[in-house]
Design a protein around this ligand. Structure first.
Ligand SMILES: *Cc1c(COP(=O)(O)O)cnc(C)c1O
Length: 305
């Protein structure tokens, strides 16, 4: 399944601020692994698709908002690897379809809209049973691909990448961070930047994910996670919120380094890291920032910015 992807690209970022701060800064470009499936969402999808295939289930059903990177990746991945896909989309249908849902449809995903009240019950057994009745035999992947299979795939993100002492990434559910923490050694550490407001709650969520994974019997390269921490100050108002300052930062970053950032996830993390460096934190570190993709989401925001 991995053979369709380009090998990982790591780029060094050179700037005066970085050099003056005695920091080495590198970016892992998961955004350019594949023209359609990219970023951490592929890693979170991989073992879900493999489990579905193993169980001979040919239909994938999953959930997401109207701009979801996960819906986008599942639609593309389903198409490439021969699954029928159904996307349960939160809220009402809006036409014309936004670029995310337009793409999903082109990949063959069937879209079904569900009201916000029902959407909140997406994790309950009752709703899952109902969906199985309605759609027949389906393999259900949770929103964002955030389950143990998702963590298992995330362990592989840095499989061939060695030698950095601090890894930084943006966090939604923390599933990707948890997988990465299980792929590093104890001399390395992970810093997560939650994109949600009041992201402190993720500390507990990530601890639970790690405990569940280690109790699951799924393969893991290490049995104790590398040290990790969250920096919760760079959410810019919360999930999906974009300020002018953030937007300017992303545009400037692209001009300077020719690397596009998305406003929902990677832009906030990169802003946070650059700010911490400028303030004298992270000294003498060799940093690897993970570009987790998500650029498709910018298309949907164009009108509102
Ligand atoms: C979903 C997503 C994340 C967050 O992943 P989690 O595993 O939920 O923390 C980060 N970056 C991008 C671009 C994403 O699409």
């Amino acid at each position: 399944m991995s053979s369709i992807f380009f090998p990982p690209v790591i780029q060094q970022i050179d700037s005066e601020i970085v050099a003056n701060a005695d920091v080495k800064l590198y970016i892992l470009r998961l955004d350019i692994m594949h023209p359609k499936i990219n970023g951490n969402k592929w890693y979170k999808l991989k073992y879900n698709l493999l489990e579905a295939r193993e169980k001979n289930i040919s239909t994938i059903l999953t959930f997401g908002g109207a701009y979801s990177n996960h819906i986008y990746a599942t639609a593309a991945g389903g198409n490439i690897f021969g699954f029928r896909t159904i996307g349960l989309i939160r809220g009402e249908e809006n036409t014309p379809l936004n670029p995310t849902l337009q793409f999903a449809t082109e990949q063959g995903m069937e879209l079904v809209y569900i009201d916000r009240h029902t959407y909140k019950k997406r994790h309950t057994q009752a709703l899952q049973n109902q969906l199985k009745q309605q759609f027949g035999e389906v393999f259900i992947i949770p929103e964002g691909g955030s389950n143990l299979n998702g963590m298992r795939g995330s362990i592989e993100i840095l499989q061939t990448v060695k030698g950095f002492n601090t890894i930084c990434l943006a966090c939604g559910t923390g599933t990707t961070l948890a997988g990465i923490a299980l792929s590093l050694n104890q001399e390395q550490k992970v810093i997560g930047f939650p994109v949600l407001k009041d992201g402190d709650f993720l500390n507990q969520d990530i601890n639970n994910l790690l405990t569940n994974y280690l109790n699951s019997g799924l393969p893991t390269p290490v049995y104790s996670p590398a040290p990790w921490q969250l920096v919760c100050d760079y959410h810019f108002g919360g999930y999906g919120k974009v300020t002018k300052e953030l937007k300017l930062f992303c545009q400037d970053f692209q001009i300077q380094y020719d690397i596009p950032l998305d406003y929902i996830y990677t832009g906030k993390m990169f802003y946070g890291v650059m700010d911490l460096i400028a303030k004298g934190f992270l000294k003498s570190q060799s940093l690897l920032l993970i570009h987790t993709g998500g650029l498709q989401g910018n298309l949907g925001l164009q009108g509102s910015l």
